[in-house]
Design a protein around this ligand. Structure first.
Ligand SMILES: [Fe+2]
Ligand SMILES: [Fe+2]
Length: 287
């Protein structure tokens, strides 16, 4: 099969969600409720609270250090107010993906929450609106890699070998799958009806020129990704720090030395997140 055919096959599989974790039915319901302007936050909270497993997942992520809220988020209503309905929806939508991540690929999970934490700090620094939403895009930025792992196992292994032999990871993905993980993640996010702002910034996180409307969001995630790799937090199939697009500083309008300030805020959060991950793993081992 040539690359073009392969690409078609990958997209077809994604469209049909073949081999991918199924979305909890509550997501469908939430989609309808969010569209309906007469529905209040309380009503949405009530629906979510009926599902205890989902409620505990949402609260746990809301309380983790990557959002860095000083006070405890104790109820779904609280979470909805602080994070916004979209973020809560994303956390629910992707909870099954997160589960696979921290169970099977701790390194990529740690990398993802590290990037989320760092994206949040950058987003706040450059005053992006709804920084928690962009932090959540940071959490999802390598979603395509998780898909490769669960739905395209053999191809994933092939790519990993090529990367180990020194090939650029994006090129390797394009050669094997006809599509890279950034585009793949964005494609699935579109299927899930997530906001364009998140889709575009995930799509462009390795190639900023792919961003049209949301350049600053994409740049925030791109820089966070590089920082977290350089800091050595978590582990991905990349053996080296991905290349930094120098345009990033121009887009974000800050100097390279300001990265130091980001690191200062980031470090204690990463420390806390380490415990968070260890706790999750212990729990999943005992169930
Ligand atoms: Fe990536
Ligand atoms: Fe990444």
């Amino acid at each position: 099969m040539d690359v073009y055919e392969k690409r078609k096959e990958v997209r077809r599989k994604l469209r049909k969600l073949e081999g991918l974790p199924t979305l909890p039915p509550i997501v469908q319901k939430l989609n309808v409720m969010i569209e309906d302007e007469t529905v209040s936050i309380n009503q949405i909270a009530e629906v979510i609270e009926k599902d205890q497993v989902i409620t505990s997942k949402v609260l746990r992520l809301a309380n983790s250090a990557f959002y860095g809220f000083p006070k405890k988020v104790s109820t779904v209503q609280n979470a909805l107010m602080l994070l916004g309905i979209n973020v809560v929806k994303i956390l629910i939508t992707t909870s099954s993906i997160f589960e696979i991540l921290h169970k099977e690929d701790v390194g990529l999970w740690e990398h993802s929450i590290g990037v989320a934490a760092c994206t949040r700090i950058i987003a706040e620094k450059i005053e992006l609106k709804e920084p928690q939403e962009i932090a959540t895009a940071g959490l999802l930025h390598d979603l395509g890699r998780v898909i490769e792992r669960v739905a395209f196992k053999e191809d994933y292994e092939k790519i990993a070998k090529m990367v180990e032999a020194g090939e650029d990871h994006i090129e390797a993905e394009k050669k094997v799958l006809g599509i890279d993980h950034a585009e793949m993640g964005a494609y699935l996010m579109r299927q899930w009806n997530l906001p364009d702002r998140l889709i575009e910034s995930v799509d462009a996180h390795h190639e900023l020129k792919r961003a049209k409307k949301f350049k600053r969001e994409a740049a925030a995630i791109h820089l966070a990704d590089v920082i977290i790799h350089a800091r050595g937090y978590g582990e991905t199939i990349l053996k080296k720090v991905p290349p930094l697009d120098e345009k990033v500083f121009k887009i974000l309008k800050f100097d390279i030395w300001e990265v130091k300030e980001i690191l200062k805020v980031l470090e204690p959060r990463l420390y806390e997140l380490k415990f968070f991950t260890e706790e999750l793993i212990r729990e999943s081992e005992s169930t």
